[in-house]
Design a protein around this ligand. Structure first.
Ligand code: SER
Length: 892
């Protein structure tokens, strides 16, 4: 069912999405709320896959587990929900990706202020008429109703009581929660009585939810009062845009519509004119394009698990809906580019990660297209047999052989009024798993499945590697080339489980050790295994490598020998990571916390939550501080203790990490104290030296530092030295003269380019006048639409004017191009219409403005002469085709 309203409401002022976002944040900033950046879509909270609400980043604050960032905060938070994915495009308001505006009180103000401000914002800032507003209150919350009625003055007829299902909000089955109160917009107040619920979404839309967060719910469902009462609110940006822009659904707001237009252009259809099914497809594409772009930006890659699967499913839905509306070629990159252009000013990390986003989209689209065609053919054949429903086996075949997610088959089935036998599908899936298990030696098993199985009934490996690098142990199990085996011989690639090991298994951000296993039974002919890395499967260590001599059997005794040098490097980097975290807390902000880390043999990577970029002077300070700790030669004290004791002595724990009762504490006295299972140096002086090599943002509010310690620094300096020497030789100058030489070369290039541009322009103008021959005559008018690159706006304007002068007053000319060929993000359009064209009803300003929109821009001007700009060069040719079609229909 579609629930669009047919008659848009009238508003005296049109708000853009951006203006709504800014007005909300400014309103609360004026009321002492700290504006915080949107957190990543990938939450720190390990119990949820994605950030589903504006409050999620603050969950530990509400629970008192983390210090509050401020007493009051306000955010515009990017969110993704996929529980209503089937409704996307079908109703006026369901989305996967959306932005939630929120104001939060952490133990500061409560109901009264939250209610008063929400009303003031809605009616006085956004100008909503109280006659259009309805308020819902939790059945048991008399206090809230009194505030709405008596403090705010809401008409009691427009307050409605609701039960838990609607007015008790929780972020999940457990965690912080509380009663809530919502504000709805009533599009048709003239209908009078608001009834007993507000489910009719052709009439009502809930746009603001105020949660009075006062409980924690435990796993048994028990509610305990939180120490302090909090406020969590959420105002749906897209919904407010729908209301204020007077459009019939969220998709037609400026936040999404450009994406729909882009998809319509690619499919060569007109959104306003197509049937409801194609409209739905366009909306799905518009919605999901935003979601996938942001997911990849925040570090998600497509896979068959968790977030990766959500991304994969969304990408596949975009592609399928693209095909439904007739887009035959790959188009995801273009959608991604349009999404980035649309949102980069608010989320600059989209620009920083542009290449990564587009590459992942391209890869995933190519992957899916390969199987889609074959699968679709099968499904069409299947549907032509007019089955009563799609059997579980067929759905499983589509899944297993053609990569069709079950949901996709279900959707296609639904479009054909069929159902899918989901139970049958589950059965077929379970049977397949069973077959794979039974035939575990068969080639069907993936290596990971085989490793899982190898580890399943083994005892935990006894890890000796904190104290020792070598020890004698016994081979428990073997995989050869990914399959269980009793014996492995030379050149075999193996995975080995041992009873005891000195090899560190990848974990806590630190990579697994490398080294060798040496058989002890046959002297020089004993087995030799080069171990490349070690991972952990629960507590079973899996040593992966290659046999380079002899044979190895289950039950053999081997000596395991960790590569000393590699271990020294990795542990220097690990200790350096701890010192870096401490230095960040001292130099930048004590509230800085870890978001992730990678410690390998060459370098360390540390991701952390920080509200802004770290400047070069601060980076230097960080380096100096860590180097001073190295020079001070602090001995490390590592011990196990009860978690309570560790936390009481101030040890830093990684948020979201699960710790047992007994924890390992790595203490660098006076410098840092962290819970950590990794390997470390004995004394900070072993590091020698520390150097930061890069700092950048990787997601909203998350920065990354890459750094080196010890030998890694020397390698780095040697490489840099080599570059400096080579540049000096090339430019024939001394190292200290390189910068000056480069600057003068840059100046030379600049002036040469300028001269070239002038020449180019002169040449282009000569060419332009000859273009008058290319004008197209329709009845007694003529039009000319032409792309001219490398010419600036003024020159293009003059050219259009000269052409109209030459062609006469019944001529309309549009010229457009990319003024600077090295800038893919700037397009200029000019229009010059003769006086008869204008009398005939065409307006140069409006005309050129609507074409520029297709390139992600806008503009306008007078009826005879106008100029506009755009940001997407790739859309230029199709925008010009659109202009031609418009002329044909207007002048015919
Ligand atoms: N957490 C509430 C919601 O998502 C209010 O922000 O609706």
């Amino acid at each position: 069912m579609t629930v669009e309203r047919s008659s848009p409401i009238e508003m005296s002022q049109t708000w853009t999405g951006g203006q709504i976002r800014n007005a909300f944040l400014a309103f609360f900033a004026e009321r002492q709320h700290q504006i915080l950046p949107s957190a990543s879509l990938v939450p720190e909270d390990p119990t949820v896959l994605l950030t589903i609400a504006g409050m999620l980043p603050f969950k530990p604050v509400f629970l008192g587990q983390k210090e509050r960032p401020a007493a009051r905060a306000t955010t515009s938070q990017k969110c993704i929900r996929t529980n209503d994915i089937e409704n996307v495009g079908r109703t006026a308001r369901h989305h996967t990706f959306f932005e939630m505006l929120g104001n939060f009180s952490f133990g500061d103000y409560f109901k009264k202020e939250a209610i008063q401000w929400s009303w003031e914002l809605s009616t006085q800032v956004f100008g909503l008429d109280p006659k259009n507003l309805v308020v819902s209150v939790f059945r048991e919350d008399d206090e809230a109703e009194v505030i709405w009625r008596e403090v705010v003055g809401v008409n009691p007829n427009r307050i409605i009581r609701m039960d838990e299902a609607d007015n008790f909000w929780a972020s999940g089955p457990t965690g912080p929660c509380g009663p809530c109160s919502e504000i709805y917009y009533d599009f048709k107040p003239e209908l009078g009585d608001i009834g007993i619920n507000l489910d009719d979404d052709t009439r009502f839309i809930e746009f603001y939810n105020l949660v009075f967060m006062q409980y924690n719910r435990d796993a048994l469902g028990k509610l305990t009062l939180l120490e302090k009462c909090n406020i969590d609110t959420g105002l749906g940006l897209e919904r407010m845009a729908q209301i204020l822009q007077g459009v019939p659904n969220n998709y037609e707001t400026d936040l999404i519509y450009p994406l729909i237009q882009k998809a319509a252009l690619l499919a060569d259809i007109d959104y306003k004119k197509v049937d409801i099914q194609r409209k739905t497809s366009l909306k799905v594409i518009g919605d999901h394009s935003r979601a996938v772009t942001h997911l990849i930006c925040d570090g998600v890659t497509a896979s068959n698990l968790g977030r990766g699967y959500i991304l994969r499913r969304l990408v596949r839905r975009v592609i399928r809906h693209g095909r439904l509306i007739g887009i035959a070629k790959p188009f995801l990159v273009e959608m991604g580019e349009t999404a980035i252009n649309l949102m980069e000013s608010v989320y600059p990390q989209l620009l920083e990660r542009r290449d990564v986003i587009l590459q992942e989209l391209q890869r995933e689209e190519a992957r899916f297209l390969e199987t889609l065609e074959r699968g679709e053919k099968l499904l069409v054949d299947l549907l032509s047999e007019k089955p009563s429903r799609i059997s579980g086996e067929k759905a499983f075949e589509l899944y297993d052989t053609y990569g069709f997610p079950l949901e996709l088959t279900q959707e296609i089935a639904e479009e054909n009024n069929l159902s899918v036998d989901v139970e049958g599908f589950d059965r077929a899936m379970a049977e397949q798993r069973q077959r794979a298990k039974a035939a575990s030696i068969s080639i069907d098993l993936t290596v990971q499945d085989a490793v899982d199985q190898m580890a399943i009934d083994l005892e935990s490996t006894n890890f000796l590697g904190y104290e020792l690098l070598e020890s004698r142990c016994t081979v428990q199990r073997l995989l050869v080339n990914g399959k269980p085996a009793k014996i492995a011989s030379i050149d075999d690639s193996v995975q080995i489980a041992l009873d005891t090991t000195t090899f560190y298994g990848e974990g806590g951000g630190q990579v697994g050790d490398c080294g060798t296993l040496v058989g002890v039974d046959f002297g020089n002919n004993s087995a030799l295994v080069e171990i490349e890395t070690v991972t952990r499967n629960d507590n079973v260590f899996v040593h992966a490598g290659r046999i380079t001599r002899g044979t190895l059997k289950e039950g053999d005794t081997v000596d395991c020998r960790v590569d000393h040098i590699a271990r020294r490097r990795v542990q220097s980097n690990h200790t350096a990571t701890h010192m870096l975290q401490s230095a960040l807390k001292q130099v930048i902000d004590p509230g800085i916390s870890q978001a992730g880390s990678l410690v390998n043999f060459d370098r360390l990577r540390f991701d952390f939550h920080a509200p802004r970029e770290i400047n070069p002077a601060e980076l230097e300070q960080l380096e100096k501080l860590v180097n001073s700790w190295i020079a001070e030669a602090h001995p490390l004290v590592i011990q196990e203790m009860e978690i309570e004791e560790a936390m009481a002595s101030g040890a830093v724990a990684m948020f979201g990490e699960k710790y047992g009762d007994l924890v390992r504490v790595v203490d660098i006295p006076d410098v840092s104290m962290e819970l950590c299972g990794g390997t470390h140096v004995k004394n900070t002086s072993e590091l020698g030296i520390f150097k930061i090599v890069s700092e950048c943002g990787i997601a909203s509010g998350i920065r990354r530092i890459e750094a080196l310690a010890g030998q890694g620094v020397l390698d780095y300096l040697q490489e840099r030295d080599g570059i400096v020497k080579e540049l000096g030789e090339r430019f024939k100058v001394k190292p200290n003269q390189i910068v000056g030489r480069v600057a003068s070369l840059q100046n030379e290039v600049k002036s040469t380019m300028k001269a070239l541009a002038v020449a180019h322009e002169e040449l282009a103008l000569v060419k332009v006048l000859s273009l008058s021959n290319e004008s197209i005559t329709i009845k007694d008018s003529q039009y000319l639409v032409k792309r001219l690159d490398g010419i600036d706006g003024n020159a293009l304007q003059n050219a259009a004017q000269s052409l109209v002068d030459k062609l006469g007053k019944n001529a309309a000319v549009i010229l457009a191009g990319q003024p600077d060929l090295s800038d893919q993000k700037k397009v200029i359009f000019v229009a010059n219409f003769g006086s008869q064209i204008v009398t005939g009803g065409l307006h140069a300003g409006q005309f050129v403005g609507s074409i520029a929109k297709l390139c992600g821009g806008g503009g306008g001007g007078r009826s005879t002469c106008a100029q506009a700009g755009g940001r997407d060069v790739t859309a230029l040719n199709s925008a010009l085709d659109f202009a031609r079609e418009e002329f044909i229909s207007a002048l015919s």
